[in-house]
Ligand binder design. Sequence first.
Ligand SMILES: [Zn+2]
Length: 370
Amino acid sequence: MGFDEVLGQKHVVRLLKGALSEKRVAHAYLFAGPGGVGKRFVAKMLARALNCAGGDSTDSCGSCSACDRIARRAYPDVAWIRPEGRSRTIGIDEVREMCRMLAYRPFEGGWKVCVIEEADCIHIAAANALLKTLEEPTSRTVIILTSEHPDRLPLTIVSRCQAVRFSAVPLDEMEGFIKQRLDVDPARVGLLAALSSGSIRRAELLAAEGVEQERDTVLGWMREAAGGVSGAMGAAEEATKRLEELRKKMRESREKKGNGEDADQKREDKRKRDDEFGDELHSFDRRLDVILYWLRDIMVLKVDAEHRSIINADRREELLKRAVRMDAEKLESLIELVEEIRRLLRMNVNPRLALGVLFLGLKGCPELAE
Ligand SMILES: [Zn+2]
């Protein structure tokens, strides 16, 4: 019960276990990577490995008193900070308190570990306080910063941390996790894993929310567009409009010259807008994924009607019918089109334009309509 519970992130685990066994644990780490892939969990596992009374020197046992208290966040030598309040910032008081805690000897004689989650939300003044501690490390202390947006952190901080890159959880491991840990119908596993995009948190959310509902809405749009129903994609167009508005706001704020506004406030606004835009783009992306996986399933069944591992396993009968009706070449070009649109969106192409192209492509496939 330790690092072996981490999903994916094999290189991260190898790196940390290596550092533990050679007693070369860095004074500060920056765990960077997408949300929901296990950065916080690995930070907890490292804190446990450093303080565990039972495991070997490179891992934790998961059952001793130190392991138990670290998991419950009740261990005096391991501190956690995260952005709080409406402003969602990490303030100077929390950071000062953390630095003070690091300056004392460990209560329990092990290691002191401070984890700063979403570290890019740190206030400028707090970042300066942290910098001092990073520059004058005390022995047997580790500071772990986690961030989805390491580019928003001051370079002076980044350069004093060992960067550790986290990546999306591979599909097969995600499927295994969903099967074992989330209470879902086996026919839903494939769809959940595919739409989670490698994020454990998102898989959990989708399992709770009912991912089928969203899929069915998107497929409804697709069917209507394929059937040439005018105005059918109204809801989808709403989403693109929203994306456009957010992008415009971002552009405007970039162009706005400094007008004496508090620099922190500005940074704060920019971050909020970027996050909002990112969320919106993400949900648009996920809708395209729904269409893409649906079309790929049809393709898979067209090639092999007995194929076991399709993503929309709960809709097998319907997919089979469509596979018989649809022409392979047409299907392939439609799949390519959706992939291309997804790529263009990530490159900042106008979403309305992208959606228009998608509608046109779908209109040419009446077989996808009811
Ligand atoms: Zn232990």
